[in-house]
Design a protein around this ligand. Structure first.
Ligand code: G6P
Ligand code: MG
Length: 217
């Protein structure tokens, strides 16, 4: 049975992916190259410093450690500036209803995100109150696709992995969930999230009842 649901943040609860993309693209442009949409896909779910390394390898640019920290900090300042436009209305469609339904069914709710900004973002969209645990980029030592982030969340909630469902929009996040032995719901496209147990476009056409059926309850 499903006893806990663990949610990724960016691209699942809220559409911050476009802001991450704008801010990273600026870093690439400053270094003299561009970052395409499909290249940006590789960065979803990946920590800030690892994302920068991927971008630098795309551009064939090498930087000193100090310079890397400076670029990453610049990116984050820009990203947080962009995030200031966000309001509770930027919560992705159907998410609130879905979480309210889970609460009504006494299914526990946790967050599993690589972002160090997770709490700030959740506060901004007024969603902090839903989460019984938050595992974010400040707590994990191994990023997605390592299963640590979701195993920590399950442990916090005292629920065994086989009773957990993970919601993820990133390839690395689905791999993390499957590595943790959890049921993985992909948010996005089947062609990209090939390892997910099921893939849905979003929460506006997917109800908790549909999840229970998919899980086999
Ligand atoms: C999420 C996003 C990534 C981002 C990472 C770190 O996983 O999908 O695009 O790089 O968090 O976010 P942060 O807010 O700490 O830079
Ligand atoms: Mg994500």
């Amino acid at each position: 049975s499903i006893q806990a649901c663990l949610f990724d943040l960016d691209g699942v609860i809220v559409d911050t992916a476009r802001f991450h993309y704008i801010a990273w693209r600026q870093v690439a442009n400053d270094l003299g190259f561009d970052l395409s949409h499909s290249q940006n896909e590789l960065l979803k779910g990946i920590s800030r410093m690892e994302s920068l390394d991927i971008i630098l390898s795309i551009g064939g640019v090498e930087l000193s450690e100090d310079e890397k920290v400076r670029r990453a900090t610049e990116k984050n300042t820009h990203y947080l500036e962009l995030c200031q436009q966000m309001t509770p209305d930027d919560t992705l469609p159907g998410v609130r209803v879905f979480l309210d339904d889970l609460k009504a069914k006494s299914i526990k709710i946790g967050l599993g995100s690589a972002s160090k900004n997770a709490r700030v973002i959740l506060e901004r969209i007024d969603m902090l109150k839903y989460f019984e645990t938050i595992v974010d980029g400040n707590r994990i030592t191994k990023g997605k696709p390592d299963p640590q982030v979701f195993l920590m969340g399950a442990d916090d909630l005292h629920i065994a992995p086989e009773h957990c469902v993970v919601f993820e929009d990133a390839v690395a996040g689905i791999q993390s969930a499957k590595g943790a032995g959890m049921f993985a719901v992909g948010i996005g496209h089947k062609s990209i999230l090939t390892e997910a147990d099921i893939v849905v476009a979003g929460f506006d056409e997917f109800r908790v009842e549909d999840l229970l059926v998919a899980f086999g309850e």
